[in-house]
Ligand binder design. Sequence first.
Ligand SMILES: O=C(O)CCC(=O)C(=O)O
Ligand SMILES: [Fe+2]
Length: 315
Amino acid sequence: MASNSPLIRLPVIDFSKPELKPGTPDWDSLRAQVRQALEEYGCFEALFNKVHLELRKALLGAIDELFDLPLPTKLRNVSKRPFHGYIGQHPEVPLYESLGIDDANIPENVKNQANILWPEGKQSFCNTIQSFSEQVSELDQMIRRMVLESLGVEKYLDEHMGSTKYVLRVMKYQGPQTTETKLGLKAHTDINMVTILYQNEVEGLEVKTQDGEWINFIPSPDSFAVMIGDSLLAWTNGRLHSPHHRVMMTGNKARYSVGLFSVPKAGYIIEAPEELVDEEHPLLFKPFDYDQFLAFYYTEAGQNAKSALSTYCGV
Ligand SMILES: O=C(O)CCC(=O)C(=O)O
Ligand SMILES: [Fe+2]
């Protein structure tokens, strides 16, 4: 049975330096740290103060307001993709509630989705969601650029960046009102490319090491958790790790979190570049269509598999 380790901390990587540009010594140093952290843990804590504290506070306030809406209103947020719309009162995870906003960095799209919840309009909410998504997407793009450069496949940068869009998912976990620890969100790997999480001060996120130990993510107001999903694991032909993670809740306070997910666009085929496949690194996953994998992931077989990705398209 996996235990929690109080001794291990996730690597902390500081992206707050001004003028962080490709080709500079600061960039190269961060790139080496990113590569190492993602190989070993598939996750790290990023310090990123370019998203101003006021915007981060406004975002947490906006999420609180959103989840305070009546249930029938929240249920109006539906999505064509499974589990992308509103989720609440799920019997397996009763403390968890979440709602997804597609193309959250594009003002028009945010407005259309906000109108579903607030037909009279809600401009401040839209501005907050859109600005946050746009600013955090810059961190996503820096990290992915560093990954491709460190693997020597930067010639695919444009194609790789163009293959994804951004989904913002806002989440609330009620405090279980006991000192006993209760499951907030069950252990899983993310299936998209990269996930960047921001949260309030209530702890709960845990990330599993490759040795099977759970590390507690201890947030500061400047920290973002960066995590690799199965799509980037497959695209890099297994060079990076995609970690299991879960949320465990205790106490009275609600945990608010928000994830910016870079997600392959519908119909995009994920295939490792030929430069990353050789005798030492045989192809691990057959090329696959992201939407078809997503559909498999939410079947019983996908949910019960040790690794849905390996079951779906492992060679
Ligand atoms: O709330 C969190 O910090 C984690 C959420 C998560 O793992 C997910 O939405 O995939
Ligand atoms: Fe996740």
